[in-house]
Design a protein around this ligand. Structure first.
Ligand code: NAP
Length: 493
């Protein structure tokens, strides 16, 4: 088994803890690589390095920072297949989706490179004469980036690229399930020309290295993607700093009686079983009009039973493994909960035989909105079918969960579509398309317990990683007092 190190101040280092952990291949359960178990003091070392290197990086003109990211996007493209195979092996998603993960990173790096020549800020009027008013973007400082395993290349890049273009230095703490993918991303950033210390990688658990990034006062911004539970802890313990939280989801596909059922079927299969249901935007609820429910259930079960489980790297696999044994056990626990709640198991409901962490695509019908399988994030290939009598009820059910990330409606009726757009409580709504499919140049994020209002991607991506400084330039040559001096043009008494 290969042994890897962390990257601090441009040097490959071991942990002060002297301990290591292993990253597994979830299709076999076998170890892939070992990494240092970075702890609090390692995180502090990385913060020191980031603080020092950040002084120079923030003075690099933003278009030049953008050029480094453009080179990075080209390197990602050049290494797309290698990275995709790494994702398929370390995280387990099937190879076509692994390529999509890398493509999302390429798109983001390319898009954000252009921000180097935009970073739009504001000018406005002043209430006083001969005075100029504007608000400009300045870097935040050291940013702590804490990422999950389900998009092991795309999510780190979604945070790294905007943080860097805004002139910040960073410490990345990736999930302990996918450190190899993170290391490769960081290596390519260095190859693209990011100076030593501007990007640091600390591997190790969230409860040690991750927590230090959250509580350390020298970290001025934390961008976190992960579970609601960890997000809540972070919100309570981060102190006074910028905070971006992208948390869980319990996304729904609504299917009306006028929908194209074949189209809806493709959308549900993709949203429920793609990435084995391990996407924050995965659909784990199908809210369907009672008139078409039975027909659709038959169609869905027919297809779900035919999906081929297999290693991500195998091109004939439709559904890869779950990330680890704990995930497999959690998904199966929810099957037992669904059965005990009285839902009807139509297919799946068990781990697949053999090695690795595979779970059969699972469909429950007869689910009611208050059941736990309809309320809680399962993060596996389990979908619950909930029957409703019309559009109003469907939206009410869609909104009856604590999360609000993605949503989708299949209908040919424009009034249904607009009711859903207007009333569903979610950061994303798709019409006649699956809950999955975000593009990098639009804002991404959720409402309610899915997040704290931050939006990644799009023109909003730089907001998380920059501060606005308001500047007044007075060229009147005299002391002018806002709110005290009268407006010019107004006759003085
Ligand atoms: P997780 O267990 O919350 O872990 C996410 C990251 O946070 C890991 O690097 C973890 O480290 C670290 N961590 C855990 N507790 C921490 C703490 N108290 N302080 C600092 N860091 C901490 O989530 P996951 O299982 O990796 O990912 C799945 C979750 O992510 C799902 O809920 C999914 O919906 C959500 N997600 C949301 C989005 C979105 O955009 N809204 C996108 C993707 C995924 P270790 O695990 O290495 O210990």
């Amino acid at each position: 088994m290969k042994k890897f190190k962390m990257l601090v101040g441009g040097k490959l280092v071991s942990s002060n803890s002297g301990k290591t952990f292993v990253s597994l291949n979830p299709a076999t359960g076998k170890p892939l690589a070992s990494f240092p178990s970075g702890n609090e003091s390692d995180a502090r070392r990385a913060i020191d390095a980031a603080e020092k290197a950040g002084e120079k990086w923030k003075k690099v003109p933003p278009p030049k920072r953008g050029m480094v990211l453009l080179r990075f996007s080209q390197l990602l493209r050049q290494h797309k297949e290698e990275l995709a195979r790494l994702i398929a092996t370390e995280m387990g998603k099937v190879i076509a989706e692994s390529r999509g993960d890398v493509q999302e990173a390429i798109d983001m790096a390319e898009y954000i490179a252009g921000e180097g020549r935009r970073l739009f800020s504001f000018t406005t009027t002043s209430e006083l004469g001969n005075k100029f008013a504007m608000a400009i973007r300045v870097p935040v400082g050291v940013c702590g980036l804490i990422t999950p395993w389900n998009f092991p290349v795309a999510i780190p890049v979604w945070k790294l690229a905007p943080a860097l273009v805004c002139g910040n230095s960073v410490v990345l703490k990736p999930s302990s399930d996918t450190p190899l993918c993170a290391l490769r991303v960081v290596q390519l950033l260095r190859e693209a020309g990011v100076p030593d210390g501007v990007v640091n990688l600390v591997t190790g658990s969230g409860s040690a290295a991750g927590k230090e990034l959250v509580v350390n006062e020298r970290v001025r911004a934390v961008s976190f993607t992960g579970s609601k539970e960890a997000g809540l802890w972070i919100a309570r313990n981060a102190g006074i700093k910028k905070l971006g939280l992208e948390l869980g989801g319990k996304n729904a596909v609504i299917i009306m009686d006028d929908a194209d059922l074949n189209l809806a079927l493709e959308g549900v299969l993709w949203a429920a079983f793609g990435t084995s249901g391990q996407r924050c935007t995965a659909a784990s609820r199908v809210i369907i009009h009672e008139k078409v429910e039975k027909k659709f259930e038959k169609m869905l079960v027919g297809k779900a039973k035919k999906l081929r489980l297999g290693a991500g790297a195998n091109p004939s696999s439709d559904v890869g493994p779950l990330i680890n044994r704990a995930a497999l056990e959690k998904v199966h626990r929810y099957t037992e909960i669904g059965l005990s709640e009285g839902a009807k198991l139509l297919c799946g409901g068990a781990p697949a035989k053999g090695r690795g962490f595979f779970y059969k695509p699972t469909v429950f019908s007869g689910v009611t909105p208050k059941m736990r399988i309809a309320q809680e994030e399962i993060f596996g290939p389990t979908v619950s079918i909930i029957s409703v009598s019309g559009i109003d009820e469907s939206i009410k059910v869609a909104n009856s969960v604590e999360y609000g990330l993605s949503s989708s409606i299949y209908t040919k009726n424009i009034s249904n579509a607009f009711k859903a757009i207007e009333r569903i409580e979610a950061g994303l709504t798709y019409v006649n398309s699956s809950t999955i499919g975000s593009e990098v140049h639009l804002p991404f994020g959720g409402v309610k317990h899915t997040g704290n209002g931050a939006r990644e991607g799009g023109w909003t991506a730089v907001e998380e990683f920059s501060e606005l400084k308001t500047v007044y330039v007075d060229y009147s040559g005299k002391l002018q007092k806002a709110q005290i001096d009268e407006f010019e043009g107004k006759k003085k008494k």
